[in-house]
Design a protein around this ligand. Structure first.
Ligand SMILES: NC(=O)c1ccc[n+]([C@@H]2O[C@H](COP(=O)([O-])OP(=O)(O)OC[C@H]3O[C@@H](n4cnc5c(N)ncnc54)[C@H](O)[C@@H]3O)[C@@H](O)[C@H]2O)c1
Length: 251
């Protein structure tokens, strides 16, 4: 078990990749707070983990609201006594539509960036004092390959995920002296309800054709890297973004 007795907050844990991270973290021995704006979904995931013998607690949070993120961190620290790992996975991804940059509304721009960028910052701001006090921790931010490739039609999303890479590097420098590692994972198109709705079959097939390892990317292909970054196996890695995409682009 790579995460035995570690305490992890996983945002966006109610569905898709986040749900898979929650299950695997619990299987690796972690106590998991399943944090999501979808409170009912978080309850379902936590119940499923408990049914299979794991330890999980649901928490309803809007990561773009500072008070929510503070109470998420405080509740976790009170319940489990510490916070070892934060996985900043929550983002607005579901329902995104490919839109030329000059047809994006200012409201839509703000909606995406307030969750995908401000949400990451607020969760770190809420959790870092606990990690500092206990002498260290792990933060894993979920970026994406999309800004690295510059996929057209997703300027707001690509800007938000490029920001996550910048946030990761800056926080690694600010938090290293407290033994807090900050890294990011950048998945390629991965089969989830959200990506399939957005990309459609043609784009998914194009992604396969671009890969050195020519297959669809599945959630199981991503989760191991996130566990690795949360575990002691990666304890001298910080500030990095690991692209998990079967080799469709190299960082
Ligand atoms: N699936 C892919 O192809 C892919 C590729 C690269 C990166 N990513 C990133 O991986 C992560 C998960 O992707 P997914 O496909 O599972 O998407 P998803 O939309 O299914 O999951 C996102 C989760 O975040 C939650 N969420 C949204 N807004 C929130 C808020 N304000 N506060 C708290 N929770 C909130 C949602 O309820 C949902 O459970 C996202 O950060 C996404 O950008 C996905």
């Amino acid at each position: 078990m790579l995460l035995k007795d570690k305490v992890a907050i996983i945002t966006g844990g109610a569905r898709g990749l986040g749900e898979v991270y929650c299950h695997r973290f619990a299987e690796e021995g972690a106590k998991v707070m399943v944090a999501d704006i979808n409170g009912e979904g978080a309850i379902k995931v936590a119940e499923a983990i408990r049914k299979s013998g794991g330890n999980a607690t649901p928490f309803k949070v809007d990561v773009s609201k500072e008070q929510d993120t503070k109470s998420m961190a405080e509740t976790c620290a009170k319940m489990y006594g510490r916070i070892d790992i934060l996985v900043n996975n929550a983002a607005i991804f579901y329902g995104l539509k490919y839109t030329p940059f000059d047809q994006l509304s200012s409201e839509e721009w703000d909606r995406i960036l307030s969750v995908n960028v401000k949400g990451v910052w607020l969760c770190v701001k809420a959790v870092a004092p606990h990690m500092k006090q206990q002498g260290g921790g792990r933060i894993i931010n979920v970026a994406s390959g999309a800004p690295l490739k510059g996929n057209p039609g997703l300027l707001h999303y690509n800007a938000s995920k490029a920001a996550v890479i910048g946030i990761t590097r800056t926080l690694a420098k600010e938090l290293g002296k407290h033994w807090i590692n900050v890294n990011a994972v950048a998945p390629g198109f991965t089969l989830t309800e959200a990506s399939m709705l957005m990309a459609g079959e043609d784009r998914m097939n194009q992604a396969v054709a671009a890969r050195c390892l020519p297959k669809q990317e599945e959630t199981e292909d991503v989760v191991g890297t996130v566990v690795f970054l949360a575990s002691d196996m990666s304890k001298f890695i910080t500030g990095q973004t690991l692209a998990v995409n079967g080799g469709d682009l190299f960082l």
